[in-house]
Design a protein around this ligand. Structure first.
Ligand SMILES: Cc1cc2nc3c(=O)[nH]c(=O)nc-3n(C[C@H](O)[C@H](O)[C@H](O)COP(=O)(O)O)c2cc1C
Length: 206
């Protein structure tokens, strides 16, 4: 089907909600469910869908705080955080941790989310999430209203139940993703396709 007609949305047009458009078209986004500790030791937990791998070697992940939130303040103060995988069955819990709790209030304590100690960093991990990525602060980059946080990956823990032949399995991980509006992605269909290393590998298509 050819896409013959297109609507052009200009980022500098004040009638265009660019944030709403971007979050509708940059989809699906993985969700970093980030644990941090405040300087006073309060456990904070909040979802961030502006999240990806930033560097392969050394391993670095990144997420963005839109505005200055508790997560960002805590990361800057304590230089550690944990990314918990937003596991499908925990969708309500993940969503509820996005409510604007005060800095001295702990989301897991208020919402009854069980935490357990991490392996090397002080912020705990979510007990019922199958994966945690323990990070130390690498750096932050301020971009006007948002701040990108880069974390050096120290340890990745994976529940044995989600490993198949020693490797995390997508269906078992059951990761939630963020779409536009109030929509979330659950259990995407998986299709495997061999990646061509050289142009000669693309048989019959050229
Ligand atoms: C699925 C989901 C994804 C979100 N992604 C982000 C994000 O990438 N960056 C951000 O600043 N806020 C994001 N939010 C909103 C924060 O979770 C929310 O502002 C939260 O209260 C921040 O908590 P904190 O103040 O404890 O850090 C998201 C909310 C949801 C439900």
């Amino acid at each position: 089907m050819p896409f013959e007609h297109r609507t052009v949305f200009r980022a500098d047009d004040e009638n265009v909600n660019v944030y709403k458009l971007l979050t509708a078209v940059v989809v699906p986004r993985p969700i970093a469910w980030v644990t941090t500790l405040s300087a006073q030791g309060t456990v904070n937990l909040a979802p961030h869908s502006f999240y990806t791998v930033a560097c392969a070697r050394p391993p670095i992940v990144q997420f963005s705080s839109v505005g200055r939130k508790d997560t960002l303040r805590n990361v800057v103060a304590t230089e550690e955080f944990v990314v918990n995988l937003a596991y499908g069955p925990l969708i309500e819990a993940v969503n509820n941790t996005s409510a604007a709790f005060a800095n001295h209030e702990s989301e897991p304590a208020h919402l009854g989310i069980t935490m357990e100690p991490s392996t090397v960093v002080r912020p705990p991990r979510v007990k019922d999430s199958p994966v945690s990525i323990e990070c130390t602060l690498h750096s932050t980059v301020e971009l006007d209203d948002s701040t990108v946080v880069f974390g050096s990956v120290q340890v990745i823990t994976v529940a044995d139940q989600v490993l198949v032949d020693g490797h995390p399995d997508y269906d078992r991980l059951d990761p939630l993703t963020r779409l536009g509006k109030d929509e979330w992605g659950v259990r995407a269909r998986v299709r495997s396709i061999r990646r061509p290393r050289r142009p000669e590998d693309i048989r019959g298509q050229l």
